[in-house]
Design a protein around this ligand. Structure first.
Ligand code: KG4
Ligand code: ZN
Length: 347
């Protein structure tokens, strides 16, 4: 093992994630307490409920992470925490916990941007101590961040150096999956449910693809309305709604838009590789389609295992590892910042 051992906390939304990561790469523990069952009952996230659950689980999850890593407080070199973007009540729980631990144990605190965490999931490995580590992602790296809150194409020139090439002008990809899941009467969260319904199904139609002003921008709200119109049409005609076929048609349209623009951007910027992150990167159709298209143009694709795509503490520990090495430390009064942006340094 080499590098600092960081306790990393992620509470930006509805998962309580606490991990222990060494040198920004090696996972010693990665505990996630999920609230999916609770939000499934309301068909979506109620922010106050999410915050209360964060508070309920943060201590237990932290203890579980230290237990899994078989380390004590004295073995830690730093504490890292997501301070944005995300839900304010949820973020506050993690930021306060991180500050409290750092102050009580005299440890440095590192503030991490949640989006940067999703990107750095690509640096994680579960290699055991002593095992050789897989190579690091190469630069320039094109990152497709697709989550419930964000859909962005980010060109990364080096550690912490980002340029935003494009993003959604309305709904995030995961948000579209969630909304369409609800329209189709599928359980929350819509992403995995729509994806499961679509598997093996023939699309009932080809939805029109959205046009955007920015070449690498995305738009998914029109697609959601188109699904709604289809459903209304079946209802009017008194015909059973072909849930699986509509799910397949919707997923095909989303995947097509994401893949087409990602491949175009990757070729235009002559990147060394493409990396994915965020909950929607767990989608099988997106993973396989993007891999096939990038293979055809000879560009490698990096995708973390699904459990590291959805929110977790390990990805925050990975991003923190590189910030720590660069000497970065959080201001003493680190603030939870719901609309935090990545600092877009020119690549
Ligand atoms: O990254 P994440 O865990 O949280 C945010 O930062 O938003 O992403 C959650 C999103 C949800 O919208 C969920 O429906 C979507 O990721 N998601 C998926 C899949 N698994 C999770 N979307 C499509 N296919 C999946 N298999
Ligand atoms: Zn996320």
């Amino acid at each position: 093992m080499s590098g600092p051992r960081i306790l990393a906390i992620e509470t930006s939304c509805d998962e309580t994630g606490v991990a222990v990561v060494v040198g920004g790469r090696q996972i010693e523990a990665n505990q996630v307490a999920t609230q999916i069952a609770i939000h499934a009952a309301t068909g979506g996230i109620v922010p106050e409920v999410a915050a209360r659950q964060q508070l309920r689980w943060i201590v237990q999850t932290t203890r579980a992470a230290l237990g899994e890593a078989e380390v004590g407080w004295d073995d830690l070199d730093a504490v890292a925490v997501t301070y944005g973007p995300g839900l304010i009540g949820s973020l506050l729980v993690g930021v306060n916990a991180g500050q409290a631990i750092a102050a009580a144990r005299g440890l440095p605190l590192i503030g991490v941007n949640h989006i940067e965490g999703h990107i750095y999931a690509n640096w994680l490995t579960d290699a055991r101590p002593g095992e050789p580590l897989p190579p690091e992602p190469p630069f320039p790296l094109l990152c497709l961040v697709v989550s419930g809150g964000h859909t962005q194409l980010v060109l990364m020139a080096g550690h912490g150096r980002y340029r935003l090439l494009g993003q959604t002008v309305d709904d995030a990809a995961g948000e579209a999956f969630d909304k369409v899941g609800r329209l189709l009467g599928l359980p929350y969260p819509g992403g995995p449910a729509v994806s499961a319904a679509a598997e093996g199904a023939r699309p009932t139609l080809r939805f029109p693809r959205a046009r955007t002003d920015g070449r690498f921008d995305f738009s998914f709200s029109g697609l959601k309305s188109a699904v709604l119109r289809e459903i209304a049409g079946y209802r009017e005609r008194g015909v059973a709604i072909p849930v699986d076929g509509l799910a397949a048609a919707f997923q095909e349209a989303v995947v097509d838009a994401l893949v087409r623009k990602t491949v175009e951007a990757a070729e235009e910027h002559a990147v060394a590789a493409v990396a994915m992150g965020g909950g929607v990167a767990a989608n099988t159709s997106l993973r396989t389609t993007l891999r096939t298209r990038l293979d055809a143009v000879g560009i490698p694709l990096l995708v973390p295992p699904p459990a590291w795509c959805t929110d977790n503490g390990a990805m925050i520990g990975a991003a923190a590892g590189f910030r720590f090495a660069a000497g970065e430390r959080a201001e003493p009064g680190l603030q939870a910042t719901p609309n935090l942006a990545l600092s877009w340094l020119e690549a």
